[in-house]
Design a protein around this ligand. Sequence first.
Ligand code: C2E
Ligand code: MG
Ligand code: MG
Length: 730
Amino acid sequence: MAETSETCTGEVRPGGARESARRLWQLTVDGCSAAFEALHSKELESARAEADAAAADAAAAHARLREALEILPQGIVFLDNEGRYILWNQKYADIYKRSADLFKVGIKLEDTLRIGVARGDYPAAKGREEEWIRERLELLYKPGKQHEQVLADGRCILIEERQTSDGGIIGLRMDITGLKQREASFRLLFEDNPVPMFVLRRDTRAFLAANAAALSHYGFAREELLAMSLHDLRAARDEPTEDGVDPSETSVITSKHRTSNGRTIDVVVFSRQLDYEGTPALLIAVIDITERREAEARIAHMAHHDALTDLPNRVLFRQHMADALAQRARTGSLVGALCIDLDNFKLVNDTLGHPIGDKLLQDVAERIKRVTRQRDTAARLGGDEFAVLVPEVKAPQELAVLAQRLIDVVSEPYVTEGHVLTVGTTIGIAVAPTDGEDADRLLRNADLALYRAKADGKSTFRFFEPELDAQAQARRQLEIDLRCALAAEALEVHYQPLVDLTSREVVGFEALLRWPHATRGFIPPSEFVPLAEETGLITPLGNFVLRRACADASAWPAHIKLAVNLSPMQFRVGNVFTAVSEALKATGLEPERLDLEITESVLLDRTDQVIAHLHALRALGVRISMDDFGTGYSSLSYLRAFPFDKIKIDRSFVRDLPGNRHTLAIVRAILGLAAGLDMKVVAEGIETQADLACLAAEGCEEGQGFFFSEARPQSEVLKLLAETPRRQVA
Ligand code: C2E
Ligand code: MG
Ligand code: MG
């Protein structure tokens, strides 16, 4: 420590004090040398004592000065009038620690500068050394101004110089590196912050400062913005009383602002009190949440609207319904719910493809919207199901008028990508409060009415009636019973003989389902098969029949064939191929003995897939018959689409046959058609000798009907077959 202070202050301390004392002593000696001889040694002694005291005083003063200089936080240096070092403190030496070795009393600052510059102690001088030194010296001799200096290690020094009365210089040095860093951090935190930030007066809300992000986000020039206040930024539709910032110390508030081009943005404003250059101020940071809000709104819209037609979806429709019903309870008016279903829309989708189906749905939605009023809600509930909610109805008649108008408008032709399409529509109507006072019930009853309207022949509308509810409940009960019956295998399969009309021999049996119901007796398949189709029970039901019938048939003589009916739904939802092949495998029945009867409606949709299925089944060795021919669409193209083995003429023709010229012509045509296509013909519903005679005369090969036998249980079939192996019936 003593050594360091020795280095930085040269001989000044403590040798400096000694030297001063010595010089003083010399002076005294020289000045008094003449008198010396004459004076008494006593006087001399007192003079010496005085001189010693003066020297001690000077040394003490010097020491105090040094101590004072050492406790200064700044570096301090004294130069004489020629710029030579006289005195400096430790802090000064510390600041210039790279050059400290050069500081010597009597050395010129200029020289130490030169050496320092040459050594690269002053980065700013690099490349312009002489110029830099000149500038530095000019500042030294024209003092009074502060300037900054950056040292090689990155520290920043604030320099201030003062001239002393004797032409020397006192220089002050302050290490402001930390301050500079804080300034830079502040720039980074405020000015360069990517978040828009403002400083504003706490009293008037006038802007005092704004960062670059704020200017660019709001689109104002700095001067423009600094002439404004926060009130000017707030969007006009913002609550006028709301200030946009909370005056409490820190706050977070959402608000609406406007940008320079008038766009309204949703913002979250964070504010904090601070003192800005002596003014009570607020620092606010703004987060723009407009996009987030928009995205939220889009998501909310998506959750409540149908993507294809942009109509409200079922969720929103139910909400509107609940609102209208709540309102109704107050006003006492009626509320109408219309369930709208397109007739045969599936056909469009399946024949022309989904893009055209989608376009048609959009067009239908457009028309439905056009017919409804502003306060009505037109919704798409799914698929080809639409609905309209009519709040504030005075009389149900209004709903009837609306329904008819909807039917008329929707069924006008559509032109879609070169196709001219027409689609009918059927509507069910329910009215609150009579048909239900809550949304679910009203909608369900409108649906029941729709169901009825469809059963009544489509392209029409029906109001809900209480019987429909009873029917629906009965249907639900029936469904439950059917599930139980199926699970308990309480369904029976009976067999109706198929007879060779020439030889009158039984050549096979058609398996027909029978359901003995505990309370209702036998329920006909015409009632429960459609129910099974609607409820999805048809797959287990169909599989049950296949297994049971194949098992029963395997007990029959080998030349007796089995016919099993397949529902179109089994092609849509189940895997018919697997069901058939597994039934055959499980029972060991030869595939050649199995006939599968399908109706032409199987070919109505997904034709390619269905035909692939049919070919696969045929490849197993199974034969395929077209059942109920003559009813339905009877498109001849179906006969071309798949080479059926048999055509079954529907019993409605057979019943009419004797004596009806037209029916005869149709039956003849079918027979001719089948002969040409190498298909066998079976006539259904032969009830009389006359039917039989007529069909036989026309050359029909096979037939079935009550004339021969009704469908009978396996026990009776076995008995019949046992009586004579090749039994002729009737
Ligand atoms: P289908 O396949 O056309 O069956 C013939 C229907 O005509 C049977 O009615 C049969 O009892 C009836 N029938 C037969 N001969 C005569 C007659 O001389 N006069 C009259 N009036 N009717 C006669 P069923 O058993 O009531 O079956 C009706 C329909 O139910 C069947 O028509 C068939 O489409 C369907 N079905 C029956 N069993 C099954 C099955 O296991 N699966 C599927 N998917 N459908 C079945
Ligand atoms: Mg059949
Ligand atoms: Mg039939």
